[in-house]
Design a binder for this molecule. Structure first.
Ligand SMILES: Nc1ncnc2c1ncn2[C@@H]1O[C@H](COP(=O)(O)OP(=O)(O)OP(=O)(O)O)[C@@H](O)[C@H]1O
Ligand SMILES: [Mg+2]
Length: 462
């Protein structure tokens, strides 16, 4: 028993002894009547004693019981999930041992408060992360009800909060899964499915979660949109297939012609003819490889642009002159119309030459004999535009947004016959982007195509 309580009890005992002593003296002096217990003096003495006892017990109870009651009330408040105020507890007592209990209680409450704060901030942090993450997360309780679902999950799975159970969600996704099997998966194992929701490909991982290491509490479903990865993977496969195919075709003819030549018995004209074919095919392979190397340099950002200011008219006229022979071979008329006093273009001159050559060569290739090709150069909004218009076969609308893809050709066989590999416009696009310019293609089947590129001038350079 602590000292102060002992002290209080001793005070009570001493008070009792003193009262008994006073009562005995008062009896011997005849103030109290020992013959008639209910005499007036006895009753008055008893009332005084009762009042003193009441005051003493009130003092003792205020010192000991009141703070204890407060502590008990505080504990109950904690049980209700709140943290009580401990500020004024010490005002009720000055017993040192009770003060120790109050101090310990105050420390405990401070710790609970801190833990509560940590827990709340951890919880809100987790909620914010869950709400803002790109992956979807759905948690199911043991009774297969949704206990948590973030926005990404609703968006990716195209579901709403009314889809609140495992059955409803798996029905919507058209996946047939056994919830209990997932729940009782061995520790640290997951179950994975791939499914399509509208245009997206989703990878869904299911895993059980536990209260402790042994008791399963439910299932977590993590949803990741892998559409881009699947697309990239398909593009990579398609690219490898395209490269192999483009290399195989010229290789086969080189092999065939060279074997025929090796067998002998050929006239001089035949040897010349076959050698020409071999040379053409080798050139084609060389072009393909250099185009691929150029694209790979773009991919690895290994291109050092030599940007400078130069007059665009001179360059466009030079390219038109270079392409004149090719156009004449197909009886095309090639016109080049340049505005006067144009500001200089700020770009890599060789790269811009390659761009104009590519676009012009497409117009020449994809316009039937006797066509009309016009090149306009002018300025708009402090930029230079170069417009190449032909009256050729045109590009169907559905192909227009794909022609910048590597190896994409509207008509593979026709384009291949013309020596095309389908890399020209993808290189053009990369260069134009590198020059901070723009490219736009409009086309009508059997009417013609209009390609407009814009390039920055000195004034528009950032
Ligand atoms: N002016 C045009 N008229 C009609 N079709 C065009 C025109 N320009 C491009 N195309 C279409 O766009 C496709 C892609 O053009 P791109 O220049 O990338 O490849 P290519 O000309 O086939 O081959 P490469 O340029 O590598 O020799 C072409 O195959 C063709 O179908
Ligand atoms: Mg081309």
């Amino acid at each position: 028993m602590n000292n102060s309580i002992k002290k209080s009890i001793s005070i009570l005992c001493i008070s009792m002894v003193v009262i008994v002593y006073i009562a005995t003296i008062l009896m011997s002096k005849g103030v109290l009547d020992n013959e008639n217990i209910f005499s007036l003096s006895n009753i008055i003495f008893l009332v005084v004693i009762v009042v003193i006892a009441y005051v003493l017990s009130f003092i003792v109870s205020r010192i000991i019981t009141f703070p204890l009651k407060k502590i008990e009330k505080g504990m109950r408040t904690v049980a209700d999930g709140k943290v009580p105020d401990t500020k004024h507890l010490k005002e009720y007592t000055n017993l040192s041992e009770l003060n120790d209990i109050i101090d310990a209680y105050t420390d405990m409450m401070r710790l609970i408060k801190k833990n509560n704060f940590d827990l709340n901030s951890q919880q809100s942090k987790t909620e914010i992360i869950l709400e803002h993450m790109a992956d979807g997360v759905v948690a199911f309780s043991i009774s297969k009800q949704v206990v948590h679902m973030n926005k990404a999950a609703m968006r990716l799975l195209n579901i709403s909060s009314s889809d609140d159970s495992f059955e409803k969600i798996s029905q919507k996704l058209k996946i047939d899964l056994d919830f209990d099997k997932i729940m009782y998966l061995p520790n640290y194992t997951t179950f994975e499915v791939k499914t399509n929701v509208e245009e997206n490909v989703l990878n869904i991982v299911f895993a059980p979660f536990f209260s402790d290491k042994l008791t399963p509490m439910g299932v977590i479903m993590m949803i990741r949109n892998i559409t881009e990865n699947v697309k990239l993977d398909n593009m990579r496969k398609e690219f490898v297939a395209n490269v192999s195919h483009e290399l195989k075709t010229p290789l086969t003819s080189i092999k065939g012609y060279s074997e025929t030549m090796m067998n002998g018995d050929l006239t001089y004209q035949e040897v010349i003819k076959f050698s020409k074919v071999i040379n053409q095919e080798a050139n084609r392979m060389g072009r393909l490889v250099s185009d691929l190397l150029q694209l790979s340099r773009f991919d690895y950002k290994k291109v050092n642009w030599k940007k400078m200011l130069f007059p665009i008219n001179d360059l466009v006229l030079k390219v038109c002159e270079k392409m004149k022979f090719e156009a004449e071979e197909k009886n095309h008329t090639l016109e080049c119309i340049c505005a006067d006093k144009l500001p200089s273009v700020y770009a890599d001159k060789d790269a811009v030459e390659q761009v104009i050559m590519n676009i012009l060569s497409n117009s020449i290739k994809y316009t039937p004999d006797g066509g009309n090709i016009r090149v306009y150069v002018g300025s708009v909004n402090e930029s230079i535009f170069i417009k190449v218009i032909d009256n050729g076969i045109g590009i169907p609308e559905q192909d227009l947004n794909r022609i910048f893809e590597r190896f994409y050709r509207v008509d593979k066989t026709r384009s291949r016959k013309m020596g095309g590999t389908g890399l020209g416009l993808s290189i053009v696009k990369e260069i134009i982007e590198g020059m901070d310019g723009t490219i736009d293609i409009k086309s009508q089947v059997n009417e013609g195509t209009e390609v407009v590129i814009t390039l920055p001038t000195k004034m528009t350079v950032k």
